[in-house]
Every structure is written in C-alpha cells, then in structure tokens.
Design a protein around this ligand. Structure first.
Ligand code: EPU
Length: 337
C-alpha cells in the first residue's frame, strides 16, 4: 500500500483545479480499504471518487483515499430483469456503455454523466427524466469508524432530487464500495418524454428507438451543451434547480412570462437555475481563466489555471445576483471543499 505525500489532485478533479493532498493512497481492493481505515480512522480522511462533483478551494489536509475498486458482474437474471453489481471505482459512462453492449436497459438516459459508480448514489445522479434511484437496488458500504460492512437497500437511502442519506444524516460515515442496479433485459421502458430527446431522434430519422438510439441522442445533446471536462474543466451543473412555491413563481411569471418551469406538486415548482443565471447576465461571461459556459449557464468552467477560490467567488456573486433579481436562493450542487 503506497501512501504518497504532498500529492497533486489536479488530474483527480474534473474542474482541473490544482490542489495538494497532504497524503494520497490509491485503493484497489476492499481488504486494502479495510486495512487503511483500521489504521487511519482517527486521522483526517477524505474519500475521493471520480472527482466530478467537487470544487477544491484549498489543499486537503488529510489522507485522500482514491476509491479505485474495479469490476462488473451479473448477480442474478430472471425472465425480464438482471441485477448487476458494479464496483465503486468503475467509470459511470463506461458502465452505461457496457450495459448497452449487453442490451441491459434503464440507464441509457444517464449516458455521459461524469463520475464513478460509487458516487452516483450520493447525489442520486439524474438526467432527461431518469434518476439513479429508478434502477437502484442496493449498495454496499464500509463504516469508516469501525470498518463494519453494511448493505443499504433503496428504501434506506432517502433518495430525492440530487439528495441521499449519504449527503445528509450519514455524511462522511461510510465509503460506498459497490452498487447493485436492477435493469431490464427486454421490453425496455423508454423515457423519451423530454422534448430534446424526441427532437434529436426525429432529426436522426429514428422511429422505433432502441436503448442505444436513446443513449446516442443523450450523448449528442450533452455534447452540444455541456463542455467535455477533458477540454474545459467543469463539474456539470454547479447549482441545483430551485423548487419554489406557486406564490413565488407567480411573481416571477408576472415580470417574465416566458419563464420555463416544471410543476412538481400544487405548491412546488422547479425553475431551471440555468435560465435564472442567463437572465442575470452571466451566460458566457469570462473572467481571466474562469467563467460561465456559453451554452449552458448552469455550468461554471475553468479554462486552464483558475483557482477554486476564484470559481467559488463567482458562484457567490451569481447566487447573490439571482437572489437580488428574483428573490430566489439557489443552492450549489457541487461540493465545495
Ligand atoms: N436554460 C436557459 N439558459 C441556460 C440553460 C438552461 O434558459 O443557459 C433553460 C432552458 O429553458 C431549458 C431549461 O433551462 O429548456 C432546462 O435546461 P436543460 O434541459 O439544459 O436542463 P437543466 O435543468 O439546466 C438539468 C440537470 C442536468 C441534466 C439536465 C437534463 C440539474 C441541476 N441539472 O439541467 O444535470 O443533464 O437537467 O435532464 O438538475 C448535472 O447534474 O450535472 C447535470 C448536467
């Protein structure tokens, strides 16, 4: 088990921010993880997955455990369903492609989401009408303090919009080691209700879409709007879409009749934060080496050598401006470290 001192984290976060870890260890087996937790659970620890949902604003004064557990296996199959176990360090999108190759359906709408399997449940990743919770069966995790293993069933994870128990009550208490998903093997239930997906399928002349067609459509849509972290550092949506009351929405609609919205319940309306940020004038704005993406205002970007602090300051300015203009508080989706 090699522990590297003063390690650079630049290549381990999709924002591409330079920050140092006091020490760093690549974890490739559960035994190794258990052992290192046993030795170090009383010292400061930082669990790192795909690094796709965090903004490093400072060096990490802790032992960084990079969860690099690999493996995908079919656990059970039945007439229509299959249960797949994927280890936490598998790249999410590679896993989606593996499922498509095997004609396993359910996560095609989640194509091209950056990050790893193990972090997907933490924020209940979602896109184009599907969330991880729709296919999630359970996950296995190790308790950091006493290294006991625990299986979390879906009902225990308190999934919500970009939320789970791992971000709330159990934050920092467990390391997720693998995830079990229940997927379909035939009669796939397609989610094409998002207008952009229908438009893309139509553009390609697809009439009876397969799960692969849907994945290709999602990939094309995402590539047209979202920057590739390998080219421009980013963490996807920086903010969550705020959910406001009907009364608050009516005030915005009076001034901006074109405001897009999704009704969640009689008194809960989701408004795209990207729209609010664009209206606030930030879309495509660049300051030195950082800014707001020109095709999707919800995405903050690092053009090269920005610091996490600079991006964080920009996020605060955006938040303050949106609050002043619309009286709406937008919350970050990305973890600020
Ligand atoms: N919009 C603007 N200007 C912008 C961006 C968006 O006006 O610059 C408005 C448009 O009206 C558009 C609407 O916002 O129709 C919705 O935009 P989009 O379809 O791009 O989705 P989003 O609400 O901005 C959410 C997720 C994305 C996910 C997409 C598709 C959140 C925080 N983000 O974005 O997830 O891919 O829906 O389902 O819920 C992520 O979490 O990192 C992520 C990319």
């Amino acid at each position: 088990m090699t522990i590297i001192k003063n390690a650079s984290l630049k290549s381990f976060n999709t924002f591409g921010i330079e920050a140092k870890a006091q020490s760093y260890c690549d974890i490739t087996s559960i035994d190794q993880l258990t052992e290192i937790l046993r030795q170090h659970h009383n010292n400061p620890l930082f669990v790192l997955g795909g690094g796709s949902n965090m903004l490093l604003t400072k060096d990490i004064d802790a032992l960084v455990l990079h969860i690099n557990l690999k493996g995908i296996e079919v656990v059970t199959t039945s007439e229509k369903k299959v249960m797949i176990k994927a280890m936490a360090g598998e790249n999410w999108h590679n896993f989606v492609l593996w499922c498509l190759e095997h004609n396993f359906g359910g996560i095609e709408n989640l194509s091209l989401i950056p990050g790893n399997i193990g972090t997907a449940p933490i924020q209940n990743i979602g896109a184009y009408g599907v969330e991880l919770k729709d296919v999630f069966h359970s996950c296995e995790a190790i308790n950091i303090k006493d290294q006991s293993k625990r299986t979390f069933l879906k009902s225990e994870c308190n999934f919500d919009y970009r939320e789970s128990i791992f971000k709330q009550d159990l934050k920092g208490e467990y390391v997720i080691t693998s995830v079990n998903l229940e997927l379909t093997t035939n009669n796939h239930q397609l989610h094409t209700d998002y207008g952009v997906i229908l438009n893309e399928l139509e553009r390609k002349g697809v009439i009876n879409p397969t799960i692969k067609n849907i994945s290709d459509a999602v990939i094309a849509i995402r590539q047209s709007k979202l920057p590739d972290p390998k080219e421009i550092g980013n963490s996807g949506s920086f903010f969550k879409n705020p959910i406001i009351t009907a009364k608050e929405f009516a005030i915005i609609e009076r001034n901006f009749p074109e405001v897009p919205s999704y009704k969640i319940s009689e008194d809960a309306i989701k408004v795209p934060a990207g729209w609010l940020i664009e209206k606030a004038g930030f879309k495509g704005k660049r300051f030195n080496d950082y800014g707001v993406h020109n095709k999707q205002a919800l995405v903050l970007v690092n053009y090269g050598n920005a610091t996490g602090k600079e991006i964080f300051e920009l996020a605060l300015l955006i938040k303050k401006t949106v609050k002043r203009l619309f009286s709406i508080t937008i919350e970050t989706e990305v973890n600020i470290i």
